[in-house]
Design a protein around this ligand. Sequence first.
Ligand code: ADP
Ligand code: MG
Ligand code: MG
Length: 889
Amino acid sequence: MKFVYDFTEGNRDLKDLLGGKGANLAEMTNLGLPVPPGFTITTEACKTYLDSGEEPTELRDEVSAHLDALEQKMGKRLGQADDPLLVSVRSGAKFSMPGMMDTVLNIGLSDKSVTGLAKQSGDDRFAWDSYRRLIQMFGKTVLGVDGDLFEEALEKAKEAKKVTIDTDLEAADLKKLVTKFKKIVKTEAGRDFPQDPREQMDLAIRSVFESWNTDRAKLYRRQERIPHDLGTAVNICSMVFGNLGPDSGTGVAFTRDPASGHQGVYGDYLQNAQGEDVVAGIRNTVPLADLEQIDKKSYDQLMQIMETLETHYKDLCDIEFTIERGQLWMLQTRVGKRTAGAAFRIATQLVDQGLIDEAEALQRVNGAQLAQLMFPRFDADSKVQQLGRGIAASPGAAVGKAVFDSYTAIKWSRSGEKVILIRRETNPDDLDGMIAAEGILTSRGGKTSHAAVVARGMGKTCVCGAEELEVDTKRRRLTAPGGIVVEEGDVVSIDGSTGKVYLGEVPVVPSPVVEYFEGRMHAGADDADELVAAVHRIMAYADRVRRLRVRANADNAEDALRARRFGAQGIGLCRTEHMFLGERREMVERLILADADEEREDALKELLPLQKRDFVELFEAMDGLPVTVRLLDPPLHEFLPDITELSVRVALAESRKDSNENDLRLLQAVHRLHEQNPMLGLRGVRLGLVIPGLFTMQVRAIAEAAAERKNAKGDPRAEIMIPLVGTVQELEIVREEAEQVIAEVIESTGVDLKLALGTMIELPRAALTADQIAEAAEFFSFGTNDLTQTVWGFSRDDVEASFFTAYLEKGIFGVSPFETIDKDGVGKLVKDAVKAGRETRPDLKLGVCGEHGGDPESVHFFHEVGLDYVSCSPFRIPVARLEAGRAAS
Ligand code: ADP
Ligand code: MG
Ligand code: MG
């Protein structure tokens, strides 16, 4: 196996092996763009190291060979005393993990070569600045020295000189600082800073490998659902210097605005600095457009390159570049992260530009982004006090109590508070706090600052660079212009779409995208219209190509109507349990307490017209579309009073000697029905089989409602669904009774009815005997919630709170199987049952109801196994439509 690739050997399709950074450096090299020469060590080498604790044996020789070649090309040797070749050792995994892993710049500098560098560049200050950066970065990331110690020493040096910015330190100061830094390394790491350049490089490579498994990298991967076993590649890239004076500098840029998608010049530039300085927000950057004044030649070349990249990648790209004494160098590019709204806009813009077709546009967006666009926004008309304005870095409307450190953010959010994390700038240590917060506000840094990049990735609201707000993290307060002070715990609202920051709680309004789905096209800002138009076009395309139909889980006419507006093609799950609650509880109690058939029948008779009315309304709302009604599923005790409460009430009454006859009977019933394991107890079809008349009453209500709708010239399409069937015998009994009732209703109303009878597949045994069950079922609906519970033996109500966090942390699964279908286990049962069911009954209709029906990844799975439809909550319907389209195209 080959472990090292020269930049000229790779290409952008090799991300698995070379990581995103390495693959794209190679791609740019081969496009003829100015990339400093270098080579990439593969993820395979990293995996070997992480598995065995040792580099693969061939690695050292391969690295030596590539280093030789690089030295030849550059005409100098790594760390050569009189004219050193310097390199950066950069992490770069398949998926971008901004700032999560290590990079060390200026490898190759030592006490000897620093003077060589000074001579060659004619710039003492630059040479010593580069050396102190190396010791600082190397000390922190490779040798594990606390980075603050270096920062403090740097601050002291500046104080001693009475200057405020790094660039005001002169060569002599930096030289002293290097001595100080080396001392820090010696004391803290217990070893000298390595003077041998190859040793520096090898240690740095190893530490990049190891940085794959730092806590913050693991946390980020869990958040972003990046697998833990990919490993990182390592890029060795010859150094170019942005810190060689005012005609040098470094910057980041986007080929389009990542927030709106609009074309233009977007980025930040920093003169006389190395790459790290921009992202860290250490000094304030200037807008990229200013580069035109500073260095027109490089600016023009950069614009040209950005255009080349956009046409080549056919997408928004972000880039890192450095200018060394008027010479432009490209250090990184990738298809850039963007906000959800920009994703839709850019996809349609690229179609209009003829760069991609509609099918490709559909792949450029996803359901998670659409879901994000459906979040509510701040009400523009509400009276609010604006505190200031920053950069709209990641959209959304967030309201919460101000907190000024991650620890408090986590603590408060655990106790149920909504918080806004306010920092001057964030760094990777703030990740937990950012996750815990509703939104993030910083006073420094641009669109490419850590806070902005990470928040966008998480889909979290973020306003950054609100410079007029003075953030004092020590005293935990923020001061706005005019002297308004926000203390820890005061409520603030931040708008990630406009960058505005408000005092107090601002009311929210629905998003324009929801207004569009609701059929109330938003007549608001142009910006919203543009977004709605893009969503409309992409949804239309998804609807055109998808094979899966999308239904809603809805139990009442109101939800059904909304679902219909959102594009539902029927109801896949109407739960009937709510039809037994509220004022109807008493009737249900009577039904359960009935000693004699007569009493029970009376109770059922009372319930019948109420249920019928519910169904009439529902069928009317869904006229012409299928409505699957599930017969009663939950255990009966759920409709009775709580056992403890009732016991106390009865005991108190007894002590007062005025026992209530009804309460006593209720208590007996509660005891009788009490189960250790209600989830596996008397519920679903089992209820129908042991409570005479219950299911037939429901079937009668459905049939009579359908007849009534037909008489009113409606088109009811009811389907009756039997829950929790484990064996075909259960289904046969219920089916026979149901058919008889339907025949009676046809007879008595004179209306011809066709009601499909089917079952849920939500027990492993049902899935395993699907061929038999299909004999008695006209349709299957996979109840993947219960199926997941029973296949895994997990009680959904308990496990999420008890051990799921531990499971996720240990990587046993990357995401809860209740959220995304477990393809290998639960999914396999579904797949096999589909096949077996269709063998018995080729026209068997197949669907899924359960949370998975609206989960993007699961929708793709259901498409693949050949279901006819998915059913999900009304709000998820657009997401399911979009993902069904993406799965089919
Ligand atoms: P990250 O993945 O965190 O962005 P990078 O490997 O891209 O880390 O490097 C961090 C910073 O150092 C970036 O700004 C990058 O442009 C800069 N950098 C990396 N390699 C070089 C190099 N060979 N010459 C100059 N700057 C570099
Ligand atoms: Mg980078
Ligand atoms: Mg169920």
